[in-house]
Design a protein around this ligand. Structure first.
Ligand code: 5GP
Length: 208
């Protein structure tokens, strides 16, 4: 059977609540790991190095990227973000599902490199609701909120390139949708490719 974990890419505009959905999903799925990204942005209050992000200087980030240490990386709202490659590959090999919570440019890089990855995009119930959620968060000033809203509009243009959409009306419903999507993804032919090859090989040896 397929013993490799599933690589799950989870994207959505700032403020859509994807972090909350993901946290809840991870709590009830212990065989799923969250990939801790590297970033050049400064920590927000309460964020811990190594848990929420690896907070790196621009120079450290560039060195990591140049050495091939990042599975993907992108610039977003003036900062760099990237996925450390080794940790992801190790967990997948161990049979653990890995979730990357990343923006769309990075997601498209993953899609190219790992066609078997599952790409899920979280949409708000409406743009007005997204504006309300983003302003209510209170962690950014007005200019940043504005910048994130225009980024959000641009990000949502890429939603059609994902495999599945989750609409975050309520967290419970969104988590439920994500569970169904992951369940379905674990029965695609692409996910079973290696297993099918193995069985075919055995069949050929047996029927020679
Ligand atoms: P924030 O600064 O709000 O934590 O994240 C800003 C954006 O960067 C979010 O859309 C988040 O999903 C994305 N992001 C976080 N980590 C990564 C990463 O490793 N790679 C890419 N491409 N985007 C990331």
């Amino acid at each position: 059977m397929n013993e490799k974990g599933l690589l799950i890419v989870f994207s959505g505009p700032s403020g859509v609540g994807k972090g909350t959905v993901l946290r809840q999903y991870l709590q009830s799925h212990p065989n799923t790991a969250f990939s801790v990204s590297a970033t050049t942005r400064s920590p927000r209050e309460g964020e811990i190095h190594g848990q929420h992000y690896y907070f790196l200087s621009r120079e450290e980030f560039e060195t990591m990227a140049a050495n091939g240490g990042l599975l993907e990386y992108a610039e977003f709202a003036g900062n760099f973000y990237g996925t450390p490659r080794d940790a992801v590959e190790q967990r997948l090999k161990e049979g653990v599902d890995v979730v990357l919570e990343i923006e769309v440019q990075g997601a498209m890089q993953v899609k190219k490199q790992c066609p078997e990855a599952l790409l899920v995009f979280v949409m708000p119930p409406s743009f007005e609701e997204l504006r309300r959620r983003l302003s209510g968060r209170g962690t950014e000033d007005e200019a940043t909120v504005c910048c994130r809203l225009s980024n959000a509009a641009r990000e949502m243009e890429a939603a059609k390139q994902y495999d599945y959409i989750v609409v975050n009306q309520t967290v419970e419903q969104a988590v439920d949708q994500l569970e169904q999507i992951v369940g379905a993804a674990k029965h695609t032919a692409a996910y079973f490719n290696e297993f099918i090859d193995e069985v075919e090989k055995d069949a050929k040896t047996c029927c020679k």
